[in-house]
Design a protein around this ligand. Structure first.
Ligand SMILES: [Zn+2]
Length: 318
C-alpha cells in the first residue's frame, strides 16, 4: 500500500475539473438516439440515483442492473472479479467527525459549517462479481422480467388513478374507436385509456398520458420550453423508463427520433430536458413505490447514494 498524501489545493481543483469533464462526456452521450435510449434503459434500473450518476453508469456499464462498492459486494456475498475496471460515480462525502468537532470548538459559525461534498468513487456492477463460496449466502440480485402483454401490473392502475386525482386529472378506461390507445384532454384534464388493451399496456399508456398531465402541472422556472415534438419526446421517455422500472421488458421503438433536435441543441438544454424527464419519472415512481413497498428489490446501492443527490448538476456547473 502506498501512503496517501493529502492533495494540495491546486491538485484538488484540477481533480474537480477533470471529474466535471468526465460527467460532461456522459451528458454528451445524450446527443444520439442510441445514447438517449441507453440512458433511459439504465435509468429504469437506477432511478433512485441522481441524473448525473444514471448518465455515468449508462456511459460506463449500461448492462449493469446493480452497482455497489467493493466492500458492500462482500457483505452481499459477492466478490469483485480480479482485473475488473471500476465504474466511477458521484458519492456524498460527509464531513468527518474531526472536522465537525473542530468547527464546534471554533464557535460553530453557520457560515463555516463543514459541508458534504461529492466526489467520484469506485463501484462495480453485478456483472463484475462472482458469488463467494459457503458459508457466504449470496443474496439474489435478479430483477423480475414481465411482458407488456401480461397483467402483473393490475394493482398499479388504482394507484395511478389516485395519483391523477392528486394533480387534478381523472383516468377512465373505455374502448376507444379509431386506433388510439389513449389520450389526454388538456381542457378537461381527462385521461382516457383503451380498456381493450392488455393490462400491462394499459399501465404503460396511462404513464404516457399522465406525463402529459404532469408536464402541465409540475413546472419549474429552469425547465426547457417544450413544443409539440419535444413534449412528446419527454412524455414518451418518462413512460418508457418508468414502465421498465416496473420490470416490463418494453420496446423503446416508440421514442421519437431524436437526432435532429439533440444534434443541434445546446448541451445545457439537453441536460435540462433529461433533468425534467428524471424529475417527472421520479414522481410517478415514488407514487408507485409508496403503494408497493413489499415488492421493491433490495437496494445494494444504498451505501453509495441515498435518494438525495438529484442536486448533482455537476456536468455543466462551473
Ligand atoms: Zn403523447
Amino acid at each position: 500500500m502506498t501512503k496517501l498524501t493529502p492533495l494540495t489545493e491546486e491538485e484538488r481543483a484540477e481533480k474537480r475539473a477533470a471529474d466535471r469533464e468526465y460527467t460532461k462526456q456522459a451528458v454528451e452521450a445524450l446527443r444520439t438516439s442510441d445514447g438517449w435510449r441507453r440512458w433511459l434503459a439504465t435509468r429504469a434500473r437506477f432511478h433512485r440515483y441522481s441524473l448525473a450518476n444514471q448518465l455515468l453508469i449508462a456511459m460506463q456499464r449500461p448492462q449493469a442492473t446493480q452497482v455497489a462498492g467493493f466492500k458492500t459486494w462482500l457483505t452481499l456475498g459477492y466478490c469483485v472479479r480480479k482485473g475488473e475496471k471500476a465504474i466511477r460515480i458521484w458519492a456524498p462525502c460527509p464531513p468527518s467527525a474531526k472536522k465537525i468537532a473542530a468547527w464546534k470548538a471554533a464557535g460553530a459559525n453557520p457560515d463555516d459549517q463543514p459541508r458534504t461534498y461529492f466526489r467520484l468513487t469506485n463501484v462495480f456492477g453485478d456483472d463484475q462479481v462472482t458469488e463467494l463460496p459457503p458459508p457466504a449466502e449470496p443474496q439474489p440480485i435478479a430483477c423480475p422480467i414481465r411482458h407488456i402483454e401480461g397483467e402483473e401490473l393490475a394493482d398499479s392502475l388504482p394507484t395511478l388513478k389516485r395519483f391523477a386525482a392528486s394533480i387534478g386529472s381523472t383516468i377512465s378506461l373505455e374502448p376507444i374507436a379509431g386506433g388510439a390507445s389513449g389520450y389526454y384532454e388538456p381542457a378537461t384534464k381527462r385521461i382516457v385509456i383503451d380498456s381493450t388493451l392488455p393490462v400491462n399496456q394499459q399501465v404503460s399508456v396511462t404513464l404516457h398520458e399522465l406525463a402529459h398531465a404532469l408536464v402541465r402541472t409540475d413546472h419549474q422556472d429552469d425547465d426547457p420550453k417544450l413544443d409539440y415534438a419535444s413534449e412528446e419526446l419527454v412524455v414518451e421517455s418518462v413512460a418508457f423508463t418508468v414502465i421498465r422500472s416496473l420490470g416490463i421488458d418494453a420496446d423503446n421503438a416508440s421514442i421519437p427520433y431524436l437526432a435532429a433536435w439533440a444534434e443541434s441543441a445546446d448541451l445545457s438544454v439537453i441536460e435540462k430536458t433529461a433533468g425534467l424527464i428524471d424529475r417527472l419519472a421520479k414522481r410517478l415512481e415514488a407514487a408507485l413505490a409508496a403503494a408497493d413497498t413489499e415488492t421493491s428489490p433490495a437496494n445494494a446501492h444504498d451505501d453509495v447514494e441515498h435518494s438525495a443527490g438529484t442536486e448533482i448538476h455537476v456536468a455543466l456547473a462551473a
